[in-house]
Design a protein around this ligand. Structure first.
Ligand code: GDP
Length: 452
């Protein structure tokens, strides 16, 4: 996600570090570097212009010359301006005073609307809402089926035309998308769903007929929110597409999808400024849980490699088994010994946190370590698990009793080498030592020593 932009900007700031006063020439050189980095990342030209002008003006002001650490002050200014181009404030969904709240999705074909419908439905369901998905994309033969699949995974019902007549790849669902959308909302009202998410037909390019269809659906269902979904990887076309949708359908918020991709992504960063509409959500993968509320400040701090600890904590809380964690903390603070079974539970919890790479990338300074992270092998957790499961319960509680022949036996039992057993026990001993120190210091256990 914005990796190359992030690398370029942090490299620029590194050049400033350690300088005392910054001359106008220093600032101009820095601003030039920033401009190049943004343009290379595909940020739209007018946005780059506005951005660099604001940064230059502020960097030349007393706010920097009077600062204790001018370089840091420049980073802060760039951060503030990034937050501003990303829309400033976090914007939450607006719910209707009288339910159902109607959310309509619009965007090009392949932008990720259907996937988003499932993600949003799941997130809303987890917050206690009762969403209904409406399949008003009758353009693509398989779209209705695709939405039904997503709905099932999200555990929410779907309202689709022609029940019993879906699924065949060759089938062309003939129908009236405006009517389906209207009926879907009526169904939601009748069945007391408090949110309706209407998926609409995408188009390959900006197409007037389909744009009119989207506008007709909008007029028929009077949505509380129209979310424009845009693929962050489409480059400079993003700006023209966003403008066309703004004129054709108008929208209340933007969703950036495929932010997990390694594309330059800067065009997507321009969308909030170009359209004046806030970015509300980010889609970061194909799984329904790869979904985040978009916080401009946190995203800016991720781009500047200042870390996004808040999102990290939220993701961790979602995945973490709090009860287990508390038990572990109690155990450690009571000075009880940390066993291999505890070690395994910790490793499994970490695996549940999903993509470690994504997670660790949110820690400050981690962009530097990205290459190492790329090499992190989540299967390592599986291998450790196999080893520990080949031990007897007594051995798991007290690994000291594992002698040479048992090590060979455990290796055979788990299909691994004796060296692997030795390495695990070595790592465990270190983790245990760390836990003992923590229990003396009264701190919470963090990661097990298992992370290479
Ligand atoms: P629609 O035509 O706008 O409904 O787009 P879809 O929801 O069908 O998505 C098009 C393709 O992009 C599918 O293969 C999705 O699995 C994939 N996709 C959607 N969102 C994301 C995302 O955030 N990250 C990645 N990597 N793929 C995504």
């Amino acid at each position: 996600m914005f990796n190359s932009l992030s690398d370029r900007l942090t490299a620029t700031f590194k050049n400033l570090r350690g300088r005392g006063r910054l001359s106008e020439a220093d600032i101009d050189a820095t601003v030039r570097e920033i401009r190049r980095a943004l343009l290379d990342a595909d940020v739209a030209v007018p946005v780059v212009r506005e951005f660099t002008a604001a940064v230059r003006e502020r960097a030349l002001s007393a706010e920097v010359s009077g600062a204790l650490n001018p370089a840091q002050q420049v980073v802060k200014i760039v951060n503030d301006e990034l937050v501003a181009i990303l829309g400033g404030q976090t914007r939450a969904l607006q719910f209707a005073k009288t339910p159902p709240t109607v959310i309509m999705l619009a965007g090009l074909q392949g932008a990720g609307k259907t996937t988003l419908a499932g993600k949003l439905a799941l997130a809303l369901r987890e917050q206690g809402h009762t969403p209904l998905l409406v399949a008003a994309d009758l353009q693509r033969p398989n779209a209705v089926t695709q939405l039904s699949v997503v709905a099932e995974r999200a555990g929410v019902p779907v309202f689709a035309p022609h029940p019993g007549n879906q699924g065949a790849e060759t089938e062309v669902v003939i129908g009236d998308p405006v009517g389906v959308a209207r009926d879907g909302v009526a169904e939601a009202r009748a069945k007391q769903h408090d949110v309706v998410i209407v998926d609409t037909a995408g188009r390959l390019g900006v197409d007037q007929v389909l744009m009119k269809q989207a506008a007709d659906i909008r007029d028929a269902v009077q949505p509380d929110e129209v979310l424009f979904v845009i693929d962050a990887m489409i480059g400079q076309d993003a700006v023209a597409t966003a403008k066309a949708f703004e004129e054709g359908v108008d929208f209340t918020g933007v969703v950036l999808s495929k932010l997990d991709g390694d594309a330059r992504g800067g065009a997507a960063l321009s969308v909030a400024t170009i359209t004046g509409r806030p970015i509300m959500f980010a889609s970061t993968g194909e799984k329904l849980t790869d979904f985040e509320v978009f916080h401009p400040d946190r995203m800016a701090s991720r781009i500047l490699d200042m870390g996004d600890v808040l999102t990290l904590i939220e993701q961790a809380e979602k995945a973490f088994d709090a009860e287990q964690a508390e038990k572990m903390a109690a155990k450690v603070s009571a000075g009880e010994d940390f066993s291999l079974s505890d070690f395994l539970v910790q490793m499994q919890q970490m695996k549940k946190l999903g993509s470690m790479k994504k997670m660790l990338g949110m820690l400050p300074g981690m962009a530097q370590m990205r290459d190492q992270l790329e090499n992190f092998d989540e299967r390592e957790v599986d291998r450790v698990q196999a080893l520990i499961q080949s031990m007897t319960p007594a051995e798991r509680e007290n690994p000291k009793i594992i002698n040479g022949s048992r090590r060979a036996r455990i290796a055979r039992g788990s299909g691994q080498t004796t060296t692997a057993v030795n390495q695990l026990l070595e790592r465990f001993t270190q983790a245990q030592k760390m836990m003992r120190q923590m229990s003396k210091g009264g701190g919470m256990p963090g990661m097990p020593g298992g992370v290479p």
